[in-house]
Design a protein around this ligand. Structure first.
Ligand code: PLP
Length: 378
């Protein structure tokens, strides 16, 4: 029987639902002749700050730049260590290296995919300057524990909120809890634009000012340069699109939560499959719905890989985030980590499979996905 192809994410469906608003927002910028900066960008910054619950927001070119700018503004550089997870997108660690500091990895918790908060203290040294917790897949990290540790050891917390825009720990939206929050507006994130974009949020005005200067070639006053900076701008068209989309973010996150709930119902219980859980005290925004497929293969191709292939034959495109932990990447050979150093991370890399997840995924599609999955597992 021919089946429909279900993509991991379908951005066109979302666009079609709000195309009138997006089109007119974009055209207004195009017709204005003002393509860089202006009220459209500063208004968006203010709206995001309000949404997150931070006093300040500085927009920039990407989530990667947001992390880089945060590290730079906190004066983190050569000789410093920054603790983070090896189970994340490369940008989290890459920016630590780019400022000249050393990434120090801590294993993850199997149930949340996030950094194991109980293992952080053992990795702290006199050189540790910051922790970068990553709210991976939209799951918030236990920020109470992170902030306790940070206070005890007097270190900074930079939240990587790239996959968790709108996620909450307790009543607080992530990005407002640590010293700095870093956001990405890459198209597939929960608040995604039609191109690249990013932002930094903080409750510390001095940090916001520093970031503002660094992102504009190190200058507070045009053509007067005080420090070495970069060019990192959120362009006006992207800001206009993001203003529209921010108004829908809570609704879309709620839809993601309903879809996750439906997956729980459709997929439980399947032998050999562990479904993702929401951390107690957290509000998960499901950028990814990632299951664990217990590995029963001793070949190079895992049980997960075989399931992925089978799903694809049935029109279901799933993704692997992430197949190779950062401590085993070639770029980090010089850090001296070995296979076996982070067993939970390495196991997850072999077992994770992210099923299609986007706010407009239909019930029929989810049923097709569940059918294909159960068929393979029986
Ligand atoms: C997407 C992502 C980034 C980087 O964002 P870009 O906008 O693509 O530069 C950083 N960290 C995590 C966890 C991400 O998922």
């Amino acid at each position: 029987m021919p089946v429909n192809t279900i993509p991991p994410v379908d951005l066109v469906r979302q666009y079609k639902l709000i195309s009138d608003e997006i089109d007119s927002a974009v055209l207004e910028v195009v017709r204005s002749g003002r393509y860089i900066g202006g009220a459209v960008v500063s208004d968006f910054e203010q709206q995001l700050a309000e949404y997150v619950g931070s006093s300040d927001c500085v927009s920039c070119n990407s989530g990667t730049d947001a992390l880089y700018l945060a590290l730079k503004a906190l004066n983190i550089g050569p000789g410093d260590e920054v603790i983070t997870t090896p189970f994340t997108f490369i940008a989290t660690a890459e920016t630590i290296s780019l400022v000249g500091a050393k990434p120090v990895f801590v294993d993850i918790e199997r149930d949340t995919f996030n950094i194991d908060v109980e293992a952080i203290e053992a990795a702290i040294t006199p050189q540790t300057k910051a922790i970068i917790p990553v709210h991976l897949f939209g799951q918030p990290v236990n920020m109470t524990r992170i902030m306790d540790i940070a206070q005890t050891y007097n270190i900074y917390v930079i939240e990587d909120c790239a996959q968790g825009t709108g996620a909450k720990w307790g009543e607080q939206i992530v990005g407002s809890i640590g010293h700095v929050g870093c956001f990405s507006f890459f198209p597939t994130k929960n608040l995604g634009t039609c191109g690249d974009g990013g932002a930094v949020t903080t409750n510390d005005q001095a940090i916001a000012q520093k970031i503002q200067i660094i992102k504009e070639h190190g200058s507070a006053q045009r053509y007067y340069h005080d420090v070495v900076g970069i060019n990192s701008r959120l362009d006006s068209i992207q800001a206009a699109i993001l203003q529209v989309k921010l108004r829908y973010l809570n609704q879309w996150n709620e839809q993601r939560r309903e879809i996750a709930q439906r997956y729980h119902q459709l997929l439980a219980p399947i032998p050999g499959i562990q479904l993702p859980q929401e951390i107690k005290g957290g509000y998960h925004v499901w950028n990814q719905y990632t299951i664990l497929v217990e590995n029963k293969s001793n070949q190079e191709t895992t049980t997960r890989d075989n399931l992925r292939q089978k799903l694809q034959e049935n029109g279901v495109i799933s993704m692997i985030y992430y197949p190779i932990p950062l401590h085993l990447q070639k770029v980090y050979e010089s850090l001296g980590y070995q296979k076996g150093d982070f067993s939970m991370t390495e196991k997850a890399a072999k077992e994770v499979l992210s099923l299609p997840m986007f706010p407009d995924l239909t019930l029929e599609e989810q049923e097709q996905i569940a059918y294909a999955l159960k068929d393979y597992c029986h």
